[in-house]
Every structure is written in structure tokens, then in C-alpha cells.
Design a protein around this ligand. Sequence first.
Ligand code: ZN
Ligand code: ZN
Length: 143
Amino acid sequence: MQDEKCIVCGKIGEKHHIIFKCEGGLDFPLNYVYLCAEHHRGKNSPHKNKKVDIAYKLKFQNQLHNILLKKYYFMDELTKLLLLNPSQARTICKKFKLYKEGYKNEDIVKRLMGGKLYYDFMLDDYYDESWNIIDKFKEDYIV
Ligand SMILES: [Zn+2]
Ligand SMILES: [Zn+2]
């Protein structure tokens, strides 16, 4: 694993979870990138700079939207499309209602995002985190 390269500069990187594990992020390929020590924990890294963190999260969220184009999915489809292992797929789905068409896209995406959705305006300078009323849904989504 140690030969994975930083996606910013190409130096040897360490695994960074875009949705942190403490935020409910899962360890599956779409949710991690490799970053060198500086780009992982330095001044302009997702762990030190909220905007950088949000930028990674937005990119991940867009990726999910680009992959999950239907309104509903069954667990085995999610496993394949998102490169999950079966137990991760179960973890994601277990809280949600299974409709006859499958699980709801929005539920899945929100769960993968740690119970919170991200928007471009969060990158604006005047954005204040305390506005984020969506946060209170978080507890309901995290297993
Ligand atoms: Zn780097
Ligand atoms: Zn990290």
C-alpha cells in the first residue's frame, strides 16, 4: 500500500478518507485518496483547511451522482457500481426502506456522505458552518 502516490504531487502517499471515518465514512475505494504527509496533514490539507476538505467532499459527492443515475438501486447493484464489499453494502442499506424498485438513491448518497450533503456555496468565503441545518440529520443516518 505504501507505494501509492499523492494525487496532488506524486510523492509517496498515505490513505485519506474523504468522508472521515469519524464522520461515518466507509473504507471503500471511492472514499479514499492517497496524499503525501504535507498534502494530507499540512497547512492546505483536508485535515487543516476546511475548504480543502469540502472541495474533496464535493468531488466525491459528484462522483456518486455520476455513478448512481437511477432513482433506486438494489444492494447487489450498489456493491458492484460502488466497489463495496457485501458487508459495507449491508451497513449502508440496513437503515433504509426497501421499496419494490430497490433502495432510494438519495438515501444511499446521503449515507455515503456521512448523513450530510455538500454544496458549492460551502466553498465561498462568507460561508459559515453554523448555517448548516442539515447537520442535525446526521445522527439518524450514521449507524
Ligand atoms: Zn503531495
Ligand atoms: Zn486523512
